[in-house]
Design a protein around this ligand. Structure first.
Ligand SMILES: [Fe+2]
Ligand SMILES: [Fe+2]
Length: 385
């Protein structure tokens, strides 16, 4: 499922969900196919966004039986990513329904993320930002775990620590399940007392996990991911030397994913702008060393960043090499809007065209044509062959 502007709908798109709940439900049934009359109606109603299906829905399963869940598609990274999100969603929903907590299913996701990351962390990192995902908490939880594992790998952590980072990434915001939805999804600015409620989630999550007999270092990131190196964070206002490495890693992964995600109250920023914004926090609110490792692991122009080249072409970053300013891109558009056949270019390699990145652009990621996404998927499809 991906979020698109109503003006950008094309005939044949399948609408799965509206971005509002105030509209009369009889007026728009689920799974309706777009035609020009419907598009006009939606525009006339002042609707800005809708969620349409994309090819990822084909394997976005509602996990029906968590007990028997296993990754059947072990050679396909996009599926591993989507199934991981589906497991997190199913486990979190079971918690909301006061049913039993399936830690075993979460551990299967942890094992798989660690397994892929140890081999090559790029396939999962690229999947975190290639779409605008609609269900923030589940994707965010998986994304933070993927980034955390990638940093842990660069820090040469052992397998046990990588598992800890990945597990705590998945559950770092679990305390949000106990915060009223009206506050969490409020489109406008929170009042001071509402913000105080939100600020309880690290402690609520920690208490919840303790009741499940999770008492070890897995709790560090859950409790400390909103602590800040200069002591300005919460819940305890710890200083940099009092925050554990898990808390420092959690903070950086959490901030990056939040800045680069669409939320009810803001649009996503491109990953390169997020890195720039975070560079100004590095050494102040965020730990400098861990931030540098983070940038090394995802690049200055992270995979999924749209870039304008000196040749007036627009491309999407699809891979890193040793040159942080010269990643591998798929060029697919001219800056005047003319489409060109997608072309894979390693900017670090000498060529006659001498392509260079001028800047990252805010071209919406969900406007990247399907054939370009297909190329990206092909590149990262298999790592565990
Ligand atoms: Fe949080
Ligand atoms: Fe978070």
């Amino acid at each position: 499922m991906k979020k698109v502007r109503v003006e950008e709908l094309v005939e044949g798109d399948r609408i799965l969900k509206l971005d509002v709940d105030w509209i009369d439900p009889r007026y728009l049934k689920k799974n309706i196919i777009v035609d020009s009359a419907l598009k006009k109606k939606l525009i006339d109603h002042g609707l800005k966004y809708v969620y349409i299906s994309d090819k990822y829905d084909e394997f976005e399963p509602e996990i029906e039986d968590l007990e028997s869940f296993s990754f059947k598609t072990i050679y396909d990274n996009p599926k591993i990513y989507i199934q991981s999100v589906a497991v997190v969603k199913a486990v979190f929903n079971a918690i909301l329904d006061k049913k039993s907590v399936n830690l075993e299913a979460i551990n299967k996701v942890v094992d798989k993320v660690v397994e892929v990351t140890v081999k090559d962390n790029r396939p999962l990192v690229y999947l975190t930002k290639i779409h605008n995902y609609s269900e923030y908490l589940y994707h965010h939880s998986v994304n933070v775990s993927i980034y955390a594992a990638a940093i842990g790998k660069l820090l040469n952590m052992n397998l046990r620590d990588l598992r800890t980072l990945t597990f705590s990434g998945i559950v770092h915001d679990i305390g949000k399940l106990f915060i009223p939805k009206e506050i969490l999804n409020k489109p406008g600015k929170l009042t001071a007392s509402e913000y105080d409620v939100v600020k309880k989630h690290p402690e609520l999550g920690t208490e919840f996990l303790k009741r499940l007999n999770i008492n070890g270092v897995e709790l560090k990131m859950v409790l400390e991911h909103h602590e800040r190196a200069d002591g300005s964070g919460y819940p305890k206002g710890l200083n940099d030397d009092e925050i554990s490495v898990y808390g420092k890693i959690g903070a950086i992964c959490d901030v990056f994913d939040a800045i680069t995600s669409d939320r009810v109250y803001k649009n996503a920023k491109n990953p390169n702008d997020a890195i720039k914004e975070m560079a100004s926090m590095s050494g102040k609110t965020l730990n400098k060393t861990i931030f540098e490792y983070f940038v090394t692991s995802i690049g200055l122009f992270p995979v999924g960043t749209l870039v304008l080249l000196n040749t007036n072409e627009i491309g999407v970053v699809c891979g890193q090499n040793k040159m942080p300013m010269e990643p591998i891109v798929i060029v697919f558009l001219r800056s005047d809007g003319r489409k060109i056949p997608p072309m894979l270019v390693d900017l670090s390699k000498k060529s006659i065209a001498k392509r260079k990145i001028l800047k990252a652009v805010d071209y919406p990621i969900n406007k990247v044509p399907k054939d370009v996404i297909n190329i990206l998927d092909k590149i990262y499809e298999k790592t565990i062959a």
